[in-house]
Design a protein around this ligand. Structure first.
Ligand SMILES: [Zn+2]
Length: 304
């Protein structure tokens, strides 16, 4: 059965309704995974805070020849984090409506920390699937960066051509993804309503500048990051390790918040410390981040 390819250009960016009630670990009968379709080609999956306190978000974007998954969650266990099951189901259903031979899946990451890559193993034996190595060399070579971090490159899902923005600052191999179909800039742990752990502030500011350059060139509707840690009370976060987040702040952020964040980052760049704002808390400096995430050991680490 022949089918017309989906036209990802006309009408883009589409209108989005992001007024989703995200499960926050406080409901008795919450599922292990919350699956939300933004439209039939775009999915957001949230891991339950009950199975990992990071409660990360995973994104699945479908194009005519393949799909991209951004991140794979904080745990590997398919019983408590059945990511593969849901992703296979979404892709299978999509292919019923839009048959395509040799449909591929790329598993990429916002960055290489454990709470974003632990589910990779669920996809290691999947047919026509590439898992992008989370290392800096792996990211550069997979996406074809030749002038990292001073560039953006494109990644084509078949008529849905994403921009991949080099994004070091939180982590050296971080990337941001811009999707013209939804107008969403996927910002990983670089920008989200929570604790922004910045280990290299000057790299971070340069990353924000690259995002701002993209925002000047294309319509950006929302920034979607990979966690929610702020509460609905301005400046107040849910403590690290909480298995429920009653009253979370909204997950989507607006482009203007990134501009404001950039101004604040420049102001504090030279003075390591913790800076609380209404919508985010910035941890500036590797020692500050390490001290917060591993107060006893004083060593490198932290899964976030
Ligand atoms: Zn994280």
């Amino acid at each position: 059965m022949a089918s017309q390819p989906v036209d990802f250009h006309s009408g883009a960016p589409i209108d989005l309704d992001l007024s989703v009630e995200w499960m926050d670990g406080s409901g008795l009968n919450e599922p292990l995974v919350q699956v939300h379709a933004l439209d039939e080609h775009t999915y957001i999956l949230r891991q339950s805070l009950k199975t990992h306190y990071e409660g990360p978000f995973v994104f699945l974007l479908l194009g005519n020849t393949g799909a991209l998954m951004i991140d794979s969650g904080a745990t590997s266990d398919e019983e408590t984090w059945p990511l593969r099951h849901f992703v296979d189901e979404i892709i299978t259903d999509w292919l019923v409506a839009h048959p395509a031979p040799s449909y591929s899946l790329t598993v990429a990451h916002s960055h290489g920390h454990g709470d974003h890559i632990a589910g990779d193993v669920q996809f290691s034996n999947r047919a026509r699937t590439s898992v992008v190595p989370a290392s800096l060399e792996g990211v550069k070579s997979f996406f074809g960066f030749t002038n990292w971090p001073n560039e953006t490159v494109s990644f084509d899902l078949g008529g849905r051509i994403l921009r991949v923005i080099a994004g070091p600052g939180h982590e050296e191999a971080a990337t941001l993804f811009y999707d013209p179909w939804t107008g969403i800039l996927f910002t990983g742990d670089t920008v989200y309503p929570g604790r922004l752990y910045v280990v290299d502030m000057f790299a971070y500011i340069a990353t924000l500048d690259r995002a701002i350059t993209v925002m000047a060139e294309v319509p950006v509707s929302y920034l979607l990051g990979c966690h929610i840690e702020m509460s609905s009370t301005p400046g107040q976060d849910h403590p690290l390790g909480s298995l429920s987040h009653p009253g979370e702040a909204p997950m989507p952020m607006r482009p203007g918040q990134l501009l404001t964040l950039r101004e604040r980052a420049v102001e504090i760049a030279h003075v390591p410390g913790v800076y609380k704002f209404d919508d985010v808390i910035i941890y500036n400096g590797k020692a500050v981040v390490d001290d917060y995430l591993n107060p006893s050991s004083g060593t490198e680490g932290g899964s976030d």
